[in-house]
Design a protein around this ligand. Sequence first.
Ligand SMILES: C[S@@+](CC[C@H](N)C(=O)[O-])C[C@H]1O[C@@H](n2cnc3c(N)ncnc32)[C@H](O)[C@@H]1O
Length: 255
Amino acid sequence: MSKVNQIAQSSFTANHEIYDRVRPSFDKDGVAFLIEEVMHLKPGAKVIEVGAGTGLFTETLKPYDLNILAVEPSEGMRESFKKRCPDVEIVDGDAYSLPVEDGIADAVLVAQAFHWFADSDAVKEFRRVLKKGGYLGLLWNNEDMEEASEVQRKCVELMWSYDSIVPQQRHNKWQKPLNESSQYFQTPFQEKKFKTSRLINKETVWPMMLSRSYITSLSDDEKQKLKQKVDEILVGAPEVIDVKLYLLVAWMQAI
Ligand SMILES: C[S@@+](CC[C@H](N)C(=O)[O-])C[C@H]1O[C@@H](n2cnc3c(N)ncnc32)[C@H](O)[C@@H]1O
């Protein structure tokens, strides 16, 4: 049986169009830091991107001219990916059995996805496909609750009250398998944060929530109740909301 989380599989297959439309891109400085300063990747370097989704992160790699193979288990996500990144090869696959031979990759990159497969089997598989000295790089956009306005804070806290049914980056369970991988990688993992923000229209708040797997998987009735609460928070809010985020970048080098 597939080890891919079933909520991830069904939700991302159902919501890929909304996801692609409303989710944020990735801070350019944070991406440049990882690709150039940490990994020293040169044009043509072989990269396996795992859980590539609709290509929101893949797109930010364009300036580096890398040789990317994107791997993604959700058919819907792959469909949107082909529209956003038509020049990048994407294949059906998952983090536990990457469809490539041993030791070919300079880097394995995972954006907004490692929490779905944060275990020792996936980490071992990443090491299998990496060259010695190659890098595993993980990235996540996160809500910056220290900087958030009251409207953002209330919406995010409401949304998070539904997220206990799925693995999420903010639950921090992803750190353990990384730090327990000293037979494969230099441990502990390292990390750096980049503060960022984006302006969204008030109308985008609800689709943003709907793009979360754990909201997609609610019943219509539950969604309706949640939407009412969101609408109440948004009464009197500005038309344009300044959403405060930070990009978390984490990495380890293969030994
Ligand atoms: C939140 S999306 C992130 C997509 C994209 N990387 C981005 O940054 O927008 C998480 C992705 O991980 C994928 N995923 C979930 N479980 C996976 C697994 N076991 N192996 C590979 N990808 C997986 C999902 O299908 C989904 O496309």
